[in-house]
Design a protein around this ligand. Structure first.
Ligand code: GSH
Length: 317
């Protein structure tokens, strides 16, 4: 049977690496749809309706934004990555606020910005909403030393001899932590990325090998197939009508099912996605952009509530 999971991504994205790793650790099969590492992404736009970050997970006409939500969706499938006896979802989510926030920002600030092409630099300036400059040597040294402290935290968690970050079995904590040394090493292959020397973190180096080996062992024999981006659009269009709305909990007072709202990331890629609310809970929210714009494909676009702001255009309470 063809896999129903479609990952929209590009090879060099550390956040996408999280999802690729989780898919392998879970032994799931998926379709890989590759997009450019800069905007525009004309064959993702009709599905994601303005959401400009990578990765995006598509299952039929449902489009899930942000790795935090994508990992929750994948967790609903076989081989849990919060096995019994390990820290539960809430704890690991709190842990990911560190890996995805301050740790990630420091890691990317050491990219060799001065050597990257103009188009990439301009794209990322738009993405972060400010000018990006190659740090001078003193700043680079300061960032490297702070970043070293972050890697030391990963190393110290592992220093008591545990096999994985949350104990003896791989969990989503490993998925969140792994993207950082992976990114540093992937970029270093071109010897261009600055930053701490990973040889200084022996526990982390062993753990990286262990995570990789476990993923290789567990991954499905035909883990992924490449899919043409236009086929992913066809697969969303083939679905029946978007199901009517629901919510697990009372809605926030400012909006309700059927309200027109925009959802915008709080930190980077702050492009609002506007649509009618079709689902809302404490954890996630889904909107139907097509119901407002009449453009693109009639998808449900899902966001986590944490890290995203809502602007209400028409409350219809
Ligand atoms: N909080 C988001 C962050 C995603 C993110 O920052 N992705 C980077 C790629 S690793 C991105 O979209 N960069 C800009 C781009 O590719 O256009 C998530 O967890 O998915």
């Amino acid at each position: 049977m063809a896999p129903s999971i479609i990952l929209h991504h590009y090879a060099g994205s550390p956040f996408a690496e999280k999802i690729r790793l989780a898919l392998d650790l879970k032994g799931l099969q998926w379709f890989s749809v590759e997009h450019s590492n800069v905007m525009p992404r004309p064959l993702l736009e009709p599905l994601a309706h303005g959401y400009r970050r990578i990765p995006v997970l598509q299952i039929g006409q449902d489009v899930y934004c942000d790795t935090s939500l994508i990992l929750d969706i994948l967790e609903e499938r076989q081989v849990p990555l919060y096995p019994k006896g390990t820290p539960n979802k809430g704890w690991i989510k709190a842990f990911s606020l560190w890996t995805d926030g301050p740790f990630f920002q420091l890691n990317t600030s050491l990219l060799p910005w001065g050597k990257l092409n103009e188009q990439f630099l301009k794209d990322r300036e738009q993405f972060v909403g400010r000018k990006i400059r190659q740090a001078d040597p003193a700043t680079t040294e300061r960032i490297t030393s702070t970043l070293a402290a972050h890697y030391a935290v990963l190393d110290s968690i592992l220093s008591d001899g545990r096999q994985f970050l949350a104990g003896e079995q791989p969990t989503l904590a490993d998925v969140h932590g792994y993207m950082h040394p992976w990114f540093l090493l992937a970029i270093r292959q071109g010897k261009d990325m600055l930053g701490p020397d990973l040889k200084n973190y022996p526990h982390m180096a062993q753990w990286m090998k262990r995570v990789k080996e476990t993923a290789t062992k567990r991954k499905h024999a035909q883990s992924y197939q490449k899919l043409d981006p236009s086929k992913a659009i066809d697969l969303a269009e083939m679905q029946s009508k978007v199901p009517s709305g629901q919510g697990e909990r009372p809605f926030p007072i400012q909006y309700s099912l059927g309200s027109t709202i925009s959802v915008t990331p709080d930190d980077t890629g702050r492009v609002p996605v506007k649509g009618k609310v079709v689902f809302c809970s404490n954890e996630r929210i889904a909107i139907r952009p097509y119901a407002v714009s009449g453009q693109g494909v009639d998808t449900r676009v899902w966001f986590p509530r944490m890290g995203y702001s809502v602007q209400v255009h028409d409350a219809k309470l």
